[in-house]
Design a protein around this ligand. Structure first.
Ligand SMILES: [Zn+2]
Length: 300
C-alpha cells in the first residue's frame, strides 16, 4: 500500500529545484551574492543611448562612433559612474566651456615634446624629440596657412622643462595647447596612436586607474573642452587611415594638468616598433597626420 499525501508527493517530485532555491536563499542571506550597489553609479543617460555608444560590462572603454574612448570608471551592472555623466550626457561635447579658437581669434600653442638634452623615446633610427619637432613645425605651417595664430614652445632642438612649457601658455594667454609626442614600449609589437586630455578630479588615469586623485588642477577647468579636442583629433586621424586606434585616454601629465586652457597630448605612433618607426619617417604619413589635426581644430 503506497498511499502518500498529495503534498509529500509534490515535494518528492521536485527535489533539485527546491535544493537550488534553498541554496540561493542561503547565499543571499550570507552575503555571497549581493546585488551591485554603489551610490556613485547612475543609469546610462538617454543621450548616450541616442548617440549609439557601446558599453562593455566591467570595462572603461566605450565605442563612440566606432572610436575607442576611455571613461573614468568601468561600466558596472549596466550603470556608469557619476564622474562620467557630464561627458555621456553630451558625447559630442558641444557647447562645453572652451576658449574660442578660429582664424584670427585665439592663440594655438604647439608643444613638441622633449628636446635638447631630453631625447624622449628612442627607436632604432630615430629619436622622439626630432619626430615631435618635425610634426610640430609642419602643423604650425599648416595652421598659419589657414590664418590661425600659432606659437611653438620650441622650434629647434632645445631643452625645456615641463613647467616652462605651461608658463609659456600662461604668458601667451594661449587658447589651446597641443603637445606632440611619440610612444615607446618594451614590447616591440606595440603600435598605434593615443590622444590624452586631463583626468577629471576624483578619477584615476587610464594607464593607472587605481591612483585616484581628488585634487582639482588648473587644467581641470577645461577638462571637457580638452576631451572634445582629443575626441575630434582621434576621429580625424583614424579617418585619415592613421592608426591603430589605442583610444582617447585621460592622464595627469604635467602639461595637461597645469594648462591654463583646453589641452591635449597626442601620441602619434611607437618609435619602438620597427614597422611603425619606418612609417613615422615617411613625409606623406606626416602630412596626413597634420591635415587630420588641422581638420579637428577647425571642427573644435
Ligand atoms: Zn614623449
Amino acid at each position: 500500500m503506497k498511499i502518500l499525501p498529495l503534498k509529500e508527493k509534490k515535494w518528492r517530485k521536485y527535489p533539485p529545484v527546491l535544493l537550488l532555491i534553498c541554496a540561493l536563499i542561503l547565499m543571499f542571506s550570507s552575503g555571497c551574492v549581493t546585488a551591485f550597489q554603489d551610490e556613485n553609479y547612475v543609469p546610462v543617460p538617454p543621450e548616450a543611448k541616442k548617440a549609439g555608444i557601446k558599453f562593455s560590462e566591467g570595462k572603461r572603454e566605450i565605442a563612440l562612433n566606432g572610436n575607442t574612448v576611455y571613461l573614468s570608471y568601468p561600466c558596472r551592472d549596466g550603470k556608469i559612474h557619476r564622474i562620467d555623466l557630464p561627458f555621456l550626457k553630451n558625447p559630442e561635447l558641444n557647447g562645453v566651456s572652451r576658449r574660442r579658437v578660429s582664424p584670427g581669434n585665439g592663440l594655438i600653442l604647439i608643444d613638441p615634446g622633449h628636446g635638447g638634452k631630453e631625447n624622449g623615446a628612442r627607436g632604432r633610427n630615430s629619436l622622439e624629440k626630432d619626430l615631435n619637432l618635425a610634426v610640430a613645425l609642419e602643423l604650425a605651417r599648416a595652421l598659419r596657412k589657414e590664418k590661425y595664430q600659432v606659437a611653438l614652445t620650441r622650434d629647434g632642438d632645445k631643452t625645456l622643462s615641463l613647467s616652462e612649457r605651461s608658463a609659456m601658455a600662461r604668458k601667451m594667454n594661449a587658447a589651446l595647447f597641443i603637445s606632440l609626442h611619440h610612444n615607446a614600449s618594451a614590447n616591440s609589437s606595440s603600435s598605434g596612436i593615443e590622444a590624452y586630455s586631463v583626468t577629471p578630479a576624483g578619477a584615476g588615469s587610464t594607464n593607472s586607474p587605481d591612483e585616484i586623485d581628488s585634487k582639482t588642477y588648473p587644467g581641470n577647468r577645461f577638462d571637457l573642452a580638452g576631451k572634445r579636442l582629443a575626441v575630434l583629433c582621434m576621429r580625424e586621424l583614424i579617418a585619415a587611415g592613421i592608426g591603430p586606434d589605442r583610444g582617447v585616454r585621460q592622464a595627469r601629465f604635467a602639461v595637461l594638468k597645469n594648462a591654463p586652457c583646453p589641452a591635449v597630448l597626442l601620441e602619434l605612433g611607437f618609435v619602438t616598433s620597427p614597422a611603425e618607426e619606418k612609417l613615422l619617417a615617411d613625409p606623406s604619413r606626416r602630412r596626413r597626420v597634420v591635415s587630420a589635426i588641422v581638420k579637428a581644430i577647425k571642427k573644435y
